[in-house]
Design a protein around this ligand. Structure first.
Ligand SMILES: [Zn+2]
Length: 367
């Protein structure tokens, strides 16, 4: 399946004429023919590569943190390119080492998106597994949220460093417009604050931005549903015992990372220190960070009861003591409107309710 997907991706990148049009001089004007400041594999047409180079150089020539993130992604072998997406600005596929940006999106937004997606690549090389349901439920819940909050915190810092270095605030403005709750949660530096001072405040800014991500409960619902609930629910649609046993093997839900270990791995900066070094238990504090909804809890109970019956493996009890954070489907349709592209569950062809299945499928097909 991996190979097949790769083949499709290659085709998409090489033959998507409409996608290429969005990066062509007709739509974007001319980009300079310059070398990328970071030695990374670029895919796509000549104009797409020039456009990507402009985005890379905007980051690498102005933001010390951004440069480091891009260099790490390049060293890890990620390629950068464009791919049309219906509901997101970009994605990072760590399994195939690809970062793809949506060509229809503005350059200002894509600069922040590139920093965000390259940060996911960096998280992966630092030990965050890409396969969902690797760890026990409590770990998965906190880990997937933390990786997204950290990627957004990184985009914030990069955008503010670019603004300080160039006095061009377009990247920061584009980010703040689409992520109001995060932007409101940070102490926005004065526009004239020099780059050195913005860099010196990095950890404080990233802490606030990280916490700001958790203010958007609709987004947290989407992540809980996409990364956890649908994977648990899928077992209920498998009636063939052999397929069910395979599924349980594929989604081990085993092994645990403490909140402090998650934070130490995910919330790390270039100096090898966590920006939450003084607050390592941050993830244990609020239900938005460590809690789960009623439906997820019930689905987990059912999943592990069935797994014990089929495989004899003892049930995961990691989530039993976690706080509750209400119901998952209370505002489902509202939240689906905000569903990020990164939530993709390629193995889950059947979801728990027809409405959710249809909505998820629409989002996937729109890629
Ligand atoms: Zn992300």
């Amino acid at each position: 399946m991996g190979k097949l997907r790769q083949a499709f991706e290659k085709n998409d990148v090489q033959k998507d004429f409409l996608g290429r049009l969005f990066s062509s001089p007709i739509v974007r004007g001319f980009y300079k023919n310059e070398n990328p400041a970071v030695d990374v594999g670029l895919v796509g047409s000549k104009y797409e590569q020039r456009r990507m180079t402009a985005l890379i150089n905007k980051i690498a020539n102005s933001s010390p943190m951004g440069r480091e993130i891009l260099e790490d992604a390049a060293k890890a072998g990620f390629s950068f390119g464009f791919e049309r997406q219906s509901s997101s600005y970009g994605f990072c596929d760590a399994e195939h080492k690809t970062i793809r940006l949506n060509p229809r999106t503005s350059d200002a937004q894509l600069v922040a998106t590139l920093a965000h997606e390259a940060r996911h690549a960096q998280q992966h090389t630092r030990g965050v597994p890409t396969k969902f349901c690797t760890f026990d439920v409590a770990t998965e819940l906190k880990l997937r949220r933390a990786t997204e909050a950290d990627a957004q915190a990184s985009a914030v810092q990069v955008a503010l460093e670019i603004r300080a270095a160039t006095k061009d605030d377009s990247v920061w403005k584009a980010f703040a417009k689409t992520n109001e709750k995060i932007a409101r949660n940070i102490e926005e530096p004065d526009k004239l604050k020099p780059l050195d001072a913005v860099v010196a405040d990095r950890d404080a800014t990233m802490r606030d931005a990280f916490k700001g991500w958790f203010k958007n409960t609709g987004m947290i619902d989407n992540y809980e549903r996409g990364y956890l609930y649908t994977h648990l629910a899928h077992a209920g649609s498998l009636y063939d015992p052999a397929k069910l046993a395979d599924y349980f093997a594929e989604k081990p839900f085993e092994g645990s990372k403490s909140s402090a270990e998650i934070v130490a791995t995910v919330c790390m900066n270039g100096d090898g220190k966590s920006y939450f070094a003084n607050d390592p238990h941050i993830l244990d504090r609020e239900p938005e960070m460590c809690g789960l909804c009623k439906e997820t809890r019930n689905m987990a109970d059912a999943f592990f009861r069935e797994r014990e019956k089929v495989t004899g493996k003892p049930a995961d009890t990691s989530y039993k003591g976690l706080p509750s954070r209400g119901t998952l489907f209370g505002q489902m349709m509202m939240n689906l409107m905000l569903m990020p592209r990164e939530i993709k569950t390629p193995t889950d062809r059947k979801a728990p309710t027809p409405a959710l299945t249809a909505a998820l499928n629409r989002l996937r097909q729109g890629r």
